[in-house]
Design a protein around this ligand. Structure first.
Ligand code: NAD
Length: 293
């Protein structure tokens, strides 16, 4: 009898996002009933980087759709780091604001390291403050960075449990690669972390049962990087010269070998936005609970 290979599963965000939207809308309605207000997200946008304007608009629309308040504070690209810092200090103190995020990339002249400390840890819904990063690594309650947390939710929705699996993360950035590895480790995966200095990348990545690709290199990963039957998550986002959106993974090539794969667009991107909403609702609930104590 011939062995029948099950079809490759496409891990779409839509069913996960739809379920989370329902859940968040009811948490927001509950919060409103108890506190008399709705959660508020403030986004600080410096300059008019086209992709940042699109992302900021999307975040605002989703917040409003869920019944939250949203404000984008726009500052000129020429704004000094001091001016932006003053604005954020004001938002940190504003009792009507629950979550603050600084849209990246910032213009040159800003110290990435300094900016990490600006948003107060209680309102740090992007989870970039070193206090939240430290708590994440220690496994303590904290905001989790939206992209890796979104990947974990996606896997959970599709019944993919990292426990006991060999997982490989390509990328070691502070916003994706490192927290992704930390979350997988907490979920009891055996984690291999690759980066731009990893030699013989395909021979390392092809050991993984779960491969997360966040290298920021369009089309880096084809079937030769992938173990037969692996689950592959593509975090990369790129715009081709023809104006199409693609990821770090060559979808058609990897689809022949993987048992499950995320498409770009339609998977990690929407998960990132909905995790931001979840972090903002949690920020509001936590602040309200602390106020009531
Ligand atoms: P980054 O440039 O900060 O980090 C990339 C990492 O990949 C680095 O650690 C580097 O060492 C590693 N790397 C680069 N080239 C490599 C190679 N050839 N082999 C092995 N490792 C290599 O990028 P980032 O901020 O972590 O983002 C990664 C990608 O994810 C980008 O395409 C970005 O646009 C995308 N992204 C998507 C979302 C989303 O919502 N879907 C969110 C954040 C980032």
């Amino acid at each position: 009898m011939l062995f029948k290979i099950p079809p490759m599963k496409t891990l779409l965000a839509k069913p996960v996002v739809d379920g989370m939207k329902k859940n968040l809308s009811s948490r927001i309605a509950n919060f409103h009933q108890h506190s008399g207000r709705v959660p508020k997200l403030a986004v600080v946008l410096v300059g008019d980087h086209p992709a940042s304007v699109i992302y900021t608009t999307k975040k605002g629309h989703t917040a409003v759709e869920l019944g939250m308040k949203h404000e984008t504070i726009k500052l000129a690209a020429s704004a000094s780091p001091q001016e932006v810092h003053e604005k954020i200090k004001f938002l940190n103190q504003d009792p009507s604001v629950d979550g603050i995020l600084i849209q990246r990339p910032l213009p040159s002249g800003f110290s990435e390291e300094e900016v990490l400390y600006w948003v107060s840890p209680e309102k740090d819904v992007d989870a970039f403050h070193p206090e939240n990063t430290g708590r994440l690594v220690l496994g303590l309650p904290c905001f989790k960075p939206c992209t890796p947390a979104g990947v974990m939710k996606l896997l959970d929705h599709y019944g993919i449990n990292p426990s006991g699996k060999i997982a490989c993360v390509i990328g070691r950035s502070s916003i994706v690669g490192k927290p992704m590895a930390a979350l997988l480790l907490q979920a009891n995966a055996t984690v291999i972390q690759c980066h731009s200095k990893t030699p013989h990348l395909p021979s390392v990545t092809s050991q993984a049962e779960l491969l997360i690709v966040a290298a920021g290199k369009a089309g880096l990963v084809d079937a030769s990087y992938v173990r037969e039957g692996a689950i592959v998550v593509d975090v990369g986002i790129h715009r081709t010269t023809e104006g199409k959106i693609c990821g770090d993974v060559v979808f058609d090539s990897v689809a022949k070998k993987a048992s499950a794969l995320t498409p770009v667009p339609g998977s990690v991107g929407p998960m990132t936005i909905i995790m931001l909403m979840e972090n903002t609702v949690w920020a509001a609930e936590r602040r309200e609970a602390a106020r009531a104590r």
